[in-house]
Ligand binder design. Structure first.
Ligand code: DX5
Ligand code: ZN
Length: 218
């Protein structure tokens, strides 16, 4: 089965967002990736729950919300109420990861744990039974357009092995530097979802880029 594609609106044209979202949806992208940045956990500032609410009205794609914020548990309720289908919290951003994931699950939203490039898989093993998705950052979070870090691929393989060993079925998502070469590496290691920002939207034809990511992972 082809990898699921999650275009990141971070690289889209904000003044033509509805058009860009429609293009990738028609091309078969399953998720829409929404990068929430607070200027603290990462230097950039991006958008809040009203964006999710607006996007939800224009698209049937899965709203995949990536919280790059300190103490993400402060924002889980508002993003769940705004229509998020998946909410991801960073292991590095909270002292209460288990509680944050419980909160997401209590909303009936798919819970996701996210790990930075320097964070090993072993530290999230105690919560893997309670997530629907694990996001392996393949760049350092905060900016689009960075280069894929190949040393993260081994963590994807470790998670895939853990899944089989323990009979779990969470998705494994990659985020950062995804293109038609790096996505194949991640897919072969066991990734099931690829976030792609600049690869999809910096090109003249976003639909063709979505199709390409699917074609190279058959
Ligand atoms: C980075 C964000 C990514 C970003 C990826 O902090 O989490 O989702 O949009 O952008 P590209 O695909 O350009 O690396
Ligand atoms: Zn992201």
């Amino acid at each position: 089965m082809s990898i699921k594609v999650a275009p990141s609106i971070l690289a889209a044209d904000y003044l033509n967002l509805e058009r860009d979202v429609a293009l990738v949806e028609a091309a078969g992208a399953e998720y829409l990736h929404i990068d929430v940045m607070d200027g603290m956990f990462v230097p950039s500032i991006s958008y809040g729950p009203n964006w999710v609410k607006a996007l939800k009205k224009t698209s049937k794609m899965v709203m995949d919300v990536h919280l790059m914020v300190e103490q993400p548990e402060r924002y889980i309720d508002v993003f769940a109420e705004a229509g998020a289908d998946i909410i991801g919290v960073h292991y590095e951003a909270t002292q209460h990861l288990h509680r944050a994931l419980q909160m997401i699950n209590n909303h009936g939203v798919k819970a996701e744990v996210v790990i930075n490039p320097a964070t090993p898989v072993s530290v999230i093993e105690p919560v893997l039974h309670m997530v629907g998705q694990v996001l392996v950052m393949t760049v350092n979070p905060g900016f689009g357009g960075q280069k894929f870090l190949p040393e993260t691929v081994d963590k994807i393989a470790q998670l895939a092995a853990y899944k089989t060993e323990h009979g779990l079925d969470f998705d494994i998502e990659i985020d950062g530097g995804a293109n038609d070469e790096t996505t194949v590496l991640a897919y072969q290691a066991g990734a099931t979802v690829a976030v792609a920002g600049s690869y999809v939207f910096d090109q003249v034809d976003p639909a063709a880029k979505v199709a390409r990511l699917k074609a190279v992972t058959k």
